[in-house]
Design a protein around this ligand. Structure first.
Ligand code: HMS
Length: 229
C-alpha cells in the first residue's frame, strides 16, 4: 500500500542523515496521501543505517495503524495535528539539528536578517509558548505539541513560514511533500546558524521588510521568476 510514498518517506528520512541534521534516531519525516487521508511515517527509535521502505508505518489521521509491524514515530500525534490543521502541506520533518534546536532552547523566534532566510520563510520563524502542566502530563503530550504549534499559526500562513521552533524542544518544518519539508529543514538549520553568527557581531541587527517581500515573492509569489519555467 502507498509503495511510492513509503519509498519517498524512507528516502527523506535518510536525507536527514545525508544533510547532517540528525544523529542516532533524533528525527522523523512523514508524508500524507491527501486522496486517501493516509499518513506514512518512519518507525520509532529505529537506526537510520538499517531503515527500509517496508518499515514505514501507514496510519489514518486519527492515529489508527492501517499497515506496518513497527510502532510509529513517537511524534506521530504532532504530525497528525499539523496535517489536520494545515490542508496545504504534504510532508513534515522534525529534527534536533544543532542551531535550530539552540534557538528553540533559547525560547526565541528566529529573526529574519538575510535574503537566504527570505527566499524560503517570509518572516521570523516563531517559537512556541511554554506548555501547561496538563499539556505535558495529561496523556497527550505529542498531540498538545501540535496544538501549541497550530495556536502560533493562528495569524501566520503556514505556507509563508513553513517551520516552527518548539520551545525547549526542537524545530518542525513542512512543505508540499516530504522532499520539500526536508529542504526547508536544511535551510532552517543554515539560517539559524547564520543568524547566530550575525547576532554575535551585531546584537541590533535588522532587515528591510521590502527586501524580505522581494525575495520571498520572487521565488513563491504569483509572479515568481526565480529558476526555470
Ligand atoms: O524529539 C524527540 C526526542 O526528544 C524525538 O523526536 C526523536 O527522538 C525521534 O523519535 P522517533 O524515533 O521518531 O520516535
Amino acid at each position: 500500500m502507498l509503495e511510492k510514498l513509503k519509498q519517498d518517506v524512507c528516502k527523506a528520512n535518510l536525507d536527514l542523515v545525508k544533510y547532517g541534521l540528525v544523529i542516532f534516531t533524533w528525527g522523523n519525516v512523514s508524508a500524507i496521501d491527501r486522496e486517501s487521508g493516509l499518513v506514512v511515517i518512519k518507525p520509532s527509535g529505529v537506526e537510520y543505517d538499517n531503515m527500509t521502505d517496508d518499515q514505514m508505518v501507514v496510519l489514518d489521521l486519527e492515529g489508527n495503524i492501517v499497515e506496518g509491524n513497527l510502532r510509529p514515530s513517537s511524534d506521530t500525534p504532532t504530525h497528525l495535528e499539523l496535517y489536520k490543521a494545515f490542508p496545504e502541506i504534504g510532508g513534515i520533518v522534525h529534527t534536533h539539528s544543532t542551531y535550530a534546536t539552540a534557538w528553540s532552547q533559547a525560547g526565541m523566534d528566529l529573526p529574519i536578517v538575510g535574503t537566504t532566510h527570505a527566499d524560503y520563510f517570509a518572516g521570523d520563524i516563531p517559537c512556541t509558548r511554554d506548555m501547561t502542566e496538563k499539556e505535558v502530563t495529561g496523556g497527550a503530550y505529542e498531540k498538545e505539541t501540535g496544538t501549541v504549534i497550530i495556536e502560533k499559526f493562528a495569524e501566520i500562513n503556514p505556507m509563508h513560514i513553513p517551520g516552527v521552533l518548539v520551545k525547549n524542544h526542537a524545530p518542525f518544518t513542512w512543505g508540499k511533500d516530504a522532499h520539500d519539508a526536508v529542504h526547508n529543514s536544511v535551510v532552517l538549520e543554515q539560517i539559524a546558524k547564520m543568524a547566530f553568527v550575525a547576532q554575535s557581531v551585531n546584537p541590533n541587527m535588522s532587515m528591510n521588510p521590502l527586501l524580505t517581500t522581494k525575495h520571498f515573492e520572487r521565488k513563491h509569489g504569483a509572479n515568481a521568476y526565480y529558476g526555470q519555467k
